[in-house]
Design a protein around this ligand. Structure first.
Ligand code: NAP
Ligand code: ZN
Ligand code: ZN
Length: 348
């Protein structure tokens, strides 16, 4: 075991504090990663505040991890010391079930092993995330970060990037598709960039008036301030796909009405409280409401390579680890453009 530094919430809703954790010695298939940067996903906030139930404490959050390989187990084939690598939302899965065999490990029937807030293979040790100096991960669940992507701007791709890339691919977004992005935050801004790079016409549906210039610069064609009366009218039956990244409840019925016949609104944001809505918007246009969870390992690598090829990465504000609680608070207020990323060298 190696003892390392981290930041943890010791109880639900508490501030994060310095915390010492143990990482296992690398097994034959393990890669040891010196974490350089870790993005702050809104999920970290939901989990630290136990908004979804089932949170385990002490909790070291962080699943947008970018770093350098510092050691490898004897049988590791894919990575060597010094490689630029990433780890996302999970670090293992059963590898046997139908979703795992299809590269859809995020939907593992036995449950993927979350990077934090889960138990290691021994069934006893808690998994701890990327607000820490090092992590030890089986090589099959490690991603290669292309050389052209800076590690700090690449870190958020490991969750925000793949969570938006995967539904865009699944619903076959291509040149000319009309995509609506609800919420321009960490996920939303990556959805805009990736969808635009796929050739889609992107419309941002935002409750903030001040993000228009950013949205257009990122590749959106239209920007709608959803709070203004009548603004949705021109978009009735307009979109092929709407990705809802909002972390709060919305009037879903109103947004479903913006879908074309047979089109889909896909939920990726997970509000604290259940949503209720009537079925008429679904029935009237044979529309679908669906959901999507991150993406598989192979697809995550594909997304990283796609971003490198198109020169895409996250827009970030790099912070030192002592600022993490302040960043959480600012995120609660919606004051982030567009992802906080922790510089883990400040933990030393
Ligand atoms: P974020 O950076 O905080 O962005 C959320 C955005 O939602 C905000 O920027 C804001 O955009 C909008 N918003 C926030 N509060 C709102 C309100 N009260 N009313 C209307 N709009 C509001 O969060 P994130 O990291 O992108 O994560 C978004 C959600 O996705 C979270 O619930 C997170 O847990 C979830 N998530 C899901 C997956 C998955 O696999 N499905 C993966 C990662 C994260 P505007 O200012 O533009 O309106
Ligand atoms: Zn996340
Ligand atoms: Zn499985």
């Amino acid at each position: 075991m190696t003892s390392i530094k981290s930041y943890a919430a010791l109880k639900a809703k508490e501030l994060l504090v310095p915390f010492q954790i143990q990482r296992r010695e690398p097994g034959p298939f393990d890669v040891v990663i010196d974490i350089q940067y870790c993005g702050i996903c809104h999920t970290d906030l939901h989990q630290v505040r136990d908004e979804w139930g089932g949170a385990r404490f002490p909790m070291v959050p962080g699943h947008e991890i970018a770093g350098l390989v510092s050691a490898v187990g004897a049988s590791v084939k894919r990575y060597k010391i010094g490689d630029r690598v990433g780890v996302g939302c999970f670090t293992d899965s059963c590898r046997q079930c139908s979703p795992c065999k299809q590269g859809l490990e995020q939907y593992c029937e036995k449950g993927m092993r979350q990077t934090y807030n889960a138990l290691e293979k021994d069934g006893k040790t808690a998994t701890y995330g990327g607000y820490s100096q090092k992590i030890v991960v089986d090589e099959n669940y490690v991603l290669k970060i292309p050389d052209s992507l800076p590690l700090d701007k690449a870190a958020p791709l490991l969750c925000a990037g793949i969570t938006t890339y995967s539904p865009l691919k699944h619903w076959k977004i291509k040149a000319g598709s009309k995509v609506g992005v609800l919420g321009l935050g960490g996920l939303g801004h990556m959805a805009v960039k990736i969808a635009a790079a796929m050739g889609a016409e992107v419309t941002v549906l935002s409750h903030s008036g001040s993000k228009k210039a950013d949205a257009l610069r990122m590749g959106a064609k239209n920007f709608v301030i959803t709070a203004e009366p009548g603004v949705l009218d021109p978009y009735a039956a307009y979109f092929d796909l709407i990705i809802n990244t909002v972390s709060a409840n919305l009037d879903l019925g109103a947004y479903l009405m913006l879908l074309k016949l047979d089109a889909t609104l896909v939920a990726v944001g997970v509000p604290e409280h259940p949503v209720s809505f009537g079925f008429f918007p679904l029935i009237q246009g044979r529309r679908s409401l669906s959901g999507s969870l991150i993406g598989g390992i192979q697809e995550t690598q594909e997304m990283l390579d796609f971003c490198a090829q198109h020169g895409l990465s996250a827009e970030i504000e790099v912070i030192s680890i002592e600022k993490v609680n302040e960043a959480f608070e600012r995120m609660t207020q919606g004051d982030v453009r567009y992802r906080f990323v922790i510089d883990l060298s400040t933990l030393a």
